[in-house]
Unconditional design. Structure first.
Length: 284
């Protein structure tokens, strides 16, 4: 601790089943599936640690073929320890048809974020923290952008979130210039491989980059059987392994579950060191 200078951490919420709803991280992917969808996800992480992350997300998107336009809405709540982020996003995409099933999609989005610190949870242990003299809550606006290539086999997207990087302004001093929401970048890709009439393999990969933190890598493989069942796994570099399981009812309602198994040092806890995530999605 004598030689430690700074620490950085993840700002945006994370979902393990990102390949099931790409537009949560890329506004250009809104309407990529061609049909309207509505759904939600709930994630509880590190229950063995008090204040472990808890995330809830509601989402919906629709593609308007006559206008080559997609519209998506995302609402979320993300809590970790004494901090919480509650926000909403409105995203719009435009598709350029490249022939056949291929589309190049361009997306823009706006969002409103309430970033809050529960001062009552830190007052006893940090009685002299200057944060206690602030309001503990701020509302900011920001923007997202991305591009997405869509086909029946290959799907690739690049996006950036929190483009404006607003300052939170909890502590307004010259010694606190970095109290802000940092820009974050995503590269995601997957490829559909039909092995026979009943089964499809989906290898997928995602790279996350923030200038203030190490590059983040994740990739895996999912098997879809008869548009009815799916299961698979992924590996999150130096962090965790994830297993997936899901069922699709009448080709409309998807119920998915993911369990993350974390590496050291979190796995030293006797229990509650994993993450549980459930996702529901209905396709019209």
């Amino acid at each position: 601790m004598l030689f430690f200078s700074t620490a950085t951490g993840q700002q945006l919420y994370k979902v393990s089943q990102f390949m099931e709803h790409s537009f949560l991280q890329n506004p250009a992917a809104v309407g990529a599936n061609g049909s309207g969808t509505v759904g939600g996800a709930y994630r509880s992480q590190w229950s063995g640690i008090e204040g472990g992350p808890v995330t809830a997300v509601l989402f919906a998107d629709k593609y308007f073929a006559k206008m080559n336009t997609g519209l998506g809405i995302v609402l979320y709540s993300d809590k970790t320890g004494p901090t919480s982020r509650t926000g909403g996003e409105l995203n719009l995409s435009y598709s350029v048809h490249l022939g056949g099933d291929k589309r190049l999609m361009i997306g823009l989005g706006g969002q409103v974020i309430q970033f809050r610190v529960d001062k009552s949870k830190i007052a006893a242990s940090l009685p002299n923290d200057p944060l206690l003299a602030s309001s503990g809550s701020t509302i900011k606006g920001d923007a997202n952008a991305g591009i997405y290539y869509r086909s029946n086999t290959l799907n690739v997207g690049i996006s950036a979130k929190q483009l404006i990087q607003p300052k939170l302004g909890f502590i307004k001093t010259a010694a606190n210039p970095k109290g802000m929401l940092y820009r974050q970048y995503f590269l995601a890709a997957n490829y559909y491989i039909r092995t026979d009439e009943a089964n499809v393999l989906l290898p997928h990969v995602e790279v996350r980059y923030q200038p203030e933190a190490p590059v983040d890598y994740e990739g895996g493989l999912i098997l879809y059987h008869k548009d009815l069942l799916h299961f698979g796994f992924s590996a999150h570099y130096r962090q965790d392994y994830t297993v997936f399981l899901g069922v699709k009812i009448k080709h409309k309602l998807t119920i998915g579950y993911a369990y993350d198994i974390y590496n050291n040092p979190v796995s030293t806890f006797e229990s509650g060191f994993g993450a549980h995530e459930i996702m529901l999605r209905y396709a019209f």
